[in-house]
Design a protein around this ligand. Sequence first.
Ligand code: 13P
Ligand code: SF4
Length: 336
Amino acid sequence: MSVNFLERDKAVARDGFFNEAIDPSLDLFDAIAQLKKEKNAIILAHYYQEPDIQDIADFIGDSLGLAQKAATTDAEVIVFAGVHFMAETAKILNPNKKVLLPDLNAGCSLSDSCPPELFQSFKARHPDHTVVTYINCSAGMKALSDIICTSSNAKAIIDSLPKDQKIIFAPDRNLGAWLKKESGRDMVLWNGACMVHELFSVEKITKLKVRHPEAKLIAHPECEEAVLRIADFIGSTSQLLSFIVNDAASSFIVATEAGILHKMQQQAPNKVLIPAPPDNACACNDCPHMKLNTLEKLYLCLKNEVPEITMDEDLRLAAKRPIDRMMEISRAAGLI
Ligand code: 13P
Ligand code: SF4
């Protein structure tokens, strides 16, 4: 089997609409709704998208929810308001559908921290290991993996493997270290990380906790161990959302990408949400990749049906196998 690692670059070369002017009097919400109907399209958005995109989306979810929705939709066109690996996953699951990404440059620092050609030799140095890979990776990485996981199902996936099975976990070292602790398993970790979740400052969070003693700290497992150690609850984006809706506390310090605060505030209007401060002068916790998508780009992408995600069929089939295994284990564990 040949793995085409350059598929994304080829797709970039096919992209070519960005400079089209939009009539400033156009109501983008109406125009997008009209195009969606005409083209039998669905808009899937991650919680980290800007509020306007979340509000116009047909489905908002975390990585697992989005993968599952992508696998079951009967729309002919999928507009993926998220990052490249998410749209790529939708294409892997839907070879006959048109999958569009509003900005093809919306990548992911975590995915980029694990190039398949380097991982291939790392894997060769650890024979007899099962490769469990976080969904935040390229199709080339998925093709080198045995099982994919997301932050919602990672523990269930690790727990499903025989106790004596040796495991490589890639690419996120923070999620991997947390899983080692949670599952009591020793795993070989790839040394990758997310640029957004690594930035939170324990020192500033500790000061915030002193100022707001009633607030619970909730954190995504992509955060560093020092942050996770002082968190009251750790979970995927959708698990953090459910937690603040259902927990009795009235205020929360939220250590994850700031886009989720929009949905949290909508679903729990009476709760106080305090974004955890990052370790830099900027007060924002936005993912620069996620935020490349805008309502304007979403409109143009749906109108012109570019940029489109395409993929070599051998690569697609190789990348689909570990996603199918993830879905089977998640179903057996009652997670989807
Ligand atoms: P989840 O969607 O699994 O919470 O992961 C967060 C993330 O970093 C997506 O890029
Ligand atoms: Fe990647 Fe981190 Fe952005 Fe998620 S938040 S898309 S892991 S860079």
